[in-house]
Design a protein around this ligand. Structure first.
Ligand SMILES: [Zn+2]
Length: 452
């Protein structure tokens, strides 16, 4: 364990607590200052950004070009601000990771799971890594789980245990002093997860939404017996029905959070449960449509652009995340200056495209499916688009079930969207297949090309 990191987090948390009481003007002044420093540093140290923003060095943020993950990876060695960093070496380092090692003795390397193409690699120096760690601590504090060195909270995390995923890396640094924690792989057999949770009796439980739904079912069935003070979901779309089920099982103590490998925790729910507060003192967020035009509160964006104010090793300025986010038009009673996100509809990749009856293509929003699928007496579901139509997977069906009626209902909903109605096949499975990271996406397409 590293005393400097602990002290860094404590100091950072003190700052964070003060910022909860900022006015909106104070927040915006802080953003403007932090953005200025970020850009000065970036132009001084990143050859890539000097070209990318050529002639725009003094332009306002919204006029700058958008950076995609593909561009970031393509220009990696030129984009980072330390000329000693080499992408090929970073990849090797990442493959050999087992614990809390640092690349070049100073960078923590994190990678995305790469479910949508190639993995992205993100490096953090000590200061940046402390901010990442503190952002997760802050998400817990907003949920009422206070951080200090004397009261330790027994935690269980059911997620990916891949060494280069962020939650594993955060744990590798924080292990032993931050909180006593067990980590279970979401890919473990369900019975073994239940048994280990029963033995550990966590006060705090963290899992993907799909796993939380399974665990709530296990608790209701009398096999799981835990009484967590706080329950956190992250990384996957949390549907209304999963929220209802978890609240019914453990009470009003479910907190959703939204994090990204690019910067740590981005948004988290407070105890008013009105949505998730964006950590706007750390990141400037722009909710935009396909053409990068701003989208007002109350409307789902197609993408989210983030500018990570503290990024220095690998500056992220107007970096594109493909999450469809909706800002809340109404404020939260907590009085935080931070904007609220009242819903996230997953990634643009979750939008399925169908040939339209009127010619062309209709894009069907995940909500069209979740409204129907969420009401079913099952512990999990997945809609998969294949060449021969839709395959609907249902796991642990509880009651007698009419497959044909479900197929009809889905076909009718698609017809209402203007799609040429596809074949729908319902399959009952023991469990929903997981990705390498242990996630179970609700919607996916196995078609070669994705039309948008
Ligand atoms: Zn709030």
């Amino acid at each position: 364990m590293d005393t400097q990191i602990i002290l860094g987090i404590l100091w950072q948390m003190r700052q964070f607590r003060q910022r909860d009481h900022w006015t909106r003007q104070q927040l915006e002044a802080h953003q403007a200052d932090a953005l200025r420093s970020l850009r000065e540093y970036t132009y001084a140290h990143s050859p890539f950004y000097r070209r990318f923003h050529q002639g725009l060095v003094d332009a306002p943020l919204h006029e700058l070009p958008v950076l995609t993950k593909a561009m970031l990876m393509e220009h990696f060695d030129d984009l980072v601000t330390d000329r000693a960093i080499r992408l090929e070496e970073v990849k090797t380092h990442m493959r050999d990771l087992t614990g809390d090692e640092r690349y070049l003795d100073r960078y923590w390397v994190n990678a995305t799971s790469g479910s949508s193409g190639h993995p992205g690699l993100f490096l953090f120096n000590r200061t940046e890594w402390i901010t990442v760690l503190a952002s997760f601590v802050r998400a817990r504090e907003w949920a009422g789980v206070k951080f200090n060195l004397t009261s330790r909270v027994k935690t269980a995390t059911v997620a990916s245990t891949t060494p280069f995923h962020m939650s594993t890396r955060v744990n590798a640094t924080a292990h032993s002093w931050w909180m006593p924690e067990i980590r279970l792989a979401a890919s473990e057999p369900k019975d073994s997860i239940v048994e280990r949770l029963n033995a550990w009796q966590p006060e705090m439980l963290i899992a993907y939404a799909s796993m939380m739904r399974i665990l709530a079912d296990e608790q209701l069935a009398g096999r799981l017996h835990i009484r967590p003070r706080a329950v956190f979901t992250s990384s996957e779309v949390l549907t209304q029905e999963t929220r209802r089920l978890v609240v019914h099982t453990w009470g009003e103590r479910l907190f959703n959070q939204y994090a990204a490998t690019e910067s740590g925790s981005l948004a988290a729910e407070c105890n008013h449960h009105r949505g998730m507060h964006l950590m706007e003192d750390l990141v400037i967020f722009e909710v935009v449509d396909q053409d990068n035009r701003p989208v007002p509160p109350g409307v789902y964006g197609d993408k989210l652009l983030i500018t990570v104010l503290g990024s220095r090793t690998q500056p992220l300025i107007r970096y594109e995340l493909s999450d469809s986010v909706r800002l809340s038009p109404s404020p939260c009673p907590s009085g935080h200056p931070f904007a609220l996100v009242d819903d996230i509809q997953g990634r643009v990749e979750d939008v399925l495209s169908f040939p339209s009856g009127a010619g062309g293509v209709v894009n069907v929003h995940p909500l069209v499916f979740s409204r129907i699928m969420d009401t079913l007496p099952v512990s999990g579901w997945q809609v998969v688009q294949e060449v021969d139509g839709l395959h609907v997977l249902l796991s642990s069906t509880r009651d007698k079930f009419d497959d044909e009626m479900l197929a009809d209902t889905l076909q009718q909903a698609l017809a209402e969207q203007g799609a040429i109605v596809p074949r729908v096949e319902v399959q009952h499975v023991a469990s929903i297949p997981q990705t390498a990271a242990g996630k179970a996406p609700l919607i996916k397409s196995n078609l070669q090309t994705h039309i948008l």
